[in-house]
Each structure stands twice: as C-alpha cells, then as structure tokens.
Design a protein around this ligand. Structure first.
Ligand code: AMP
Length: 115
C-alpha cells in the first residue's frame, strides 16, 4: 500500500518523477530540488512514515533498500568519490514528506556536521 503523501502519488504514477530504479519493494527517483549534483530519493513502496516506524517485519525491505542504494550510487559513478545517505525523521530531523525515504547525495564534497 502506498501513502497519501506526494511519494505515494509518485508510486501510483499520479504525478511524474525521474525514476532511476524500481522493483517490488522500492522506488528510486531524482529529488525535485537537488542539493548536490546527484540527489536521489529511495523509498519503500510500503507505507512507512519514517525510520522511527520501521518494525522488525520491515528489516528485509530496509536492508534491501540499503543494498540498492549502494548499487545506484555505483551506477551513478559515486563509488570512488564517496557519497552520503541520509534519512530525516520528524520536525527536528527536517522531515517534510512523511513517507520513509533515504537521500542519496553525491558528486561534491559534503560538509559535516549538517546544519
Ligand atoms: P525530507 O525533507 O527529508 O522529508 O525530504 C523530502 C524531499 O522530497 C526534499 O528533498 C524534496 O525536495 C523532495 N521532493 C518533494 N516533492 C518531490 C517530488 N514531487 N519529486 C521529487 N522529490 C520531491
């Protein structure tokens, strides 16, 4: 089941997205407001609000998504340069879309700590 968020609409193809990968478990697409030369979002098709709501029943799906992120990063040519994977949780985490998503950011040196 996919959520009533904008990402649910992307899963259901109700709005367009630049999709880079899809399978039964997850979908990956370019962020509409990229913060780095490569900025891809990877989301589960299952409706999960954030990492805070991931249960043990989701462990295989989340592991699958992390493995796919590594594959996508490699396909994007980021393997040697490195990259960052981020998931924001709740208000203080800066989450704006309440469907679990992992940001894959790369293509430039990223500062630390984050703002
Ligand atoms: P977060 O702030 O962690 O919840 O991240 C939400 C991300 O979704 C932001 O980086 C937005 O730019 C991105 N976003 C919002 N709407 C869309 C959309 N329609 N297509 C692609 N990315 C989107």
């Amino acid at each position: 089941m996919s959520s009533g968020t904008i990402f649910g609409k992307i899963i259901r193809r109700e709005i367009p997205a630049k999709i880079v990968y899809e399978d039964d478990i997850c979908l990956a697409f370019h962020d509409v407001k990229p913060q780095a030369p490569v900025h891809i979002l990877v989301i589960p098709k299952k409706e999960i609000r954030s990492l805070a709501e991931v249960g043990s029943e989701d462990a295989l799906a989340v592991g699958h998504i992390l493995a796919k992120i590594a594959e996508i990063a490699k396909a994007q040519g980021l393997e040697r340069s490195g990259y960052r994977v981020v998931t924001n949780i709740g208000d203080d985490g800066g989450q704006t879309v309440f469907h679990l998503h992992f940001h894959l950011l790369g293509g430039r040196a990223l500062s630390w700590p984050p703002g």
